[in-house]
Design a protein around this ligand. Structure first.
Ligand code: PLP
Length: 439
């Protein structure tokens, strides 16, 4: 849609016109796009951001769930500033990496060892490679609709839709990127979320070939509802019995407890993929897990099974920012945000009732998602929006944006530590008003 230019958007329209000439679609990341043009940010502080036109927003998107302390946290800025003056990347080891590794391993008893990389995509990719090397098997199993980044195998069926998703008992293997080799698809088993019986039946069929079962314990794209205890227990038992690894993608959900969602849900995976919030606002990924499994990356072994590397892996900027961010996200801050999250979900459900609209709320810990459908979805297929529900959600997000609230375009919000009771109360009031006017 062409943007109508007025005093409130002239600068943004101008930038977007220039951007479209030099980048496909005018950006390097489709998730920042909004119709008719992206919002160009001027600066961010705490839980607010200001755009280049001077409008302020309370930021519930937090760079796609990656900013647990909001923007420009003074302690992180100070520590990173010091490190910047001392250099940003070296072909030598740093104490910053070691300190952060020690901190992360202290947070969760299941993290015997850890290795760092630069994105959640890489973290998941390395988990899969390690699982294959450890088990000597090629296949993985993953949940329909779950987003794990852009590695060919991990993205299978992330965007499947009613026209191509097939039977619920055996979801089709649908590529995300055109041109994905058939061989990649044939090495992935797609599981229905929170359906232990059907999932185990599918897994049994490929039992000898499965290296790992990859699960996000509260998968955002599936609908942001937690995996049930029964589901995770079945997957844990199945992987134990069949000598496959259980891999948790906690790139987003690590925020839900001091040691991640696995602590709350009471299931210990063999490997955990980490990223986003643990980087304190800088690019990060990490893989953590029990010693015997992590040891396949040990270069002192002959032969070395997985030679994991990366030019900017464990650069001291991400390591410093990450350590300070995680130290600040201590047990009491985790708990405070989770309580606020619980209260916000309650407020939103109440607002839906008062406004008399056909919406529902999911979420966990400090995360929430608004669905423009009356019944709380239980899996990807139920959470999938019809065209009418998608347009309704688009209108809601647009109204919230106009009122100064920025969310992820799926209707999802993530709390950050600069947020308080007042932030939550004000947002709840605005939502009530926006819900009432959306009838
Ligand atoms: C659950 C999950 N895993 C992995 C990733 C990929 O992380 P990154 O964007 O850092 O590659 C994401 C990104 O949104 C994610 O939500």
């Amino acid at each position: 849609m062409a943007a109508r230019i007025n005093a409130a958007n002239a600068k943004s329209v101008g930038l977007y016109e220039r951007a479209k000439k030099v980048m496909p679609g005018g950006c390097s990341r489709n998730t920042i796009l909004r119709s008719p043009h992206p919002i160009y940010v001027a600066n961010g502080k705490g839980c607010t951001v200001k755009d280049i036109e001077g409008k302020e927003y309370v930021d519930f998107a937090n760079n796609m769930a990656s900013l647990i302390h909001g923007h420009a946290n003074p302690k992180i800025v100070e520590a990173v500033g010091k490190q910047l003056k001392n250099g940003t990347a070296f072909m030598m080891a740093t104490e910053a990496e070691l300190e952060f590794a020690e901190h992360m391993c202290d947070r969760n008893q299941g993290f015997g060892q850890i290795r760092f990389m630069n994105s959640g995509t890489e973290a998941v990719m390395n988990c899969i490679k390690v699982a294959r090397a450890y088990t000597g098997r090629p296949m993985i199993a993953k949940v329909e609709g779950a987003y794990h980044g852009a590695y060919d195998y991990a993205e299978v069926s992330q965007t499947s839709n009613p026209d191509n998703w097939g039977r619920v008992g055996e979801p089709e293997r649908i590529p995300v990127a055109c041109g994905t080799p058939k061989s990649a698809l044939s090495d992935v088993v797609v599981l229905p979320f929170n359906d232990p019986e059907r999932s185990v039946r599918l897994l049994d069929r490929y039992a000898e070939q499965i290296a790992c079962v990859l699960v996000d314990p509260v998968p955002h794209r599936v609908g942001l509802m937690p995996a049930s205890g029964e589901y995770l227990t079945e997957l844990r038992q199945w992987t134990n019995i069949n000598r496959a690894l259980l891999v948790f993608d906690e790139v987003v959900t690590f925020r839900s407890n001091y040691g991640g969602a696995q602590e709350t849900l009471g299931i210990k995976p063999d490997l955990t993929a980490l990223g986003k919030a643990i980087g304190g606002g800088f690019p990060i990924g990490a893989i953590a897990g029990r010693y015997q499994v992590m040891d396949v990356m040990n270069p002192h072994n002959k032969p070395l099974l997985v030679p994991q590397a990366g030019t900017f892996s464990a650069n001291p900027i991400s390591m410093t920012a990450g350590r300070v961010a995680m130290e600040l996200f201590d047990k009491s801050e985790v708990e405070r945000l989770n309580v606020l999250g619980e209260q916000l979900r309650r407020n939103l459900r109440e607002a839906i009732g008062i406004a008399g609209v056909q919406y529902s709320i999911t979420g966990f810990a400090s995360m929430f998602r608004i669905h423009t459908k009356p019944l709380v979805p239980r899996n990807y297929r139920e959470a999938f929006s019809s065209p009418a529900e998608s347009s309704q959600l688009f209108l809601l997000m647009d109204q919230l944006l106009r009122r100064g609230y920025s969310l992820i375009n799926t209707g999802t919000g993530m709390l950050s530590t600069p947020m308080t009771q007042t932030t939550i109360d004000r947002f709840s009031e605005v939502c009530l008003d926006v819900f009432k006017h959306s009838r």
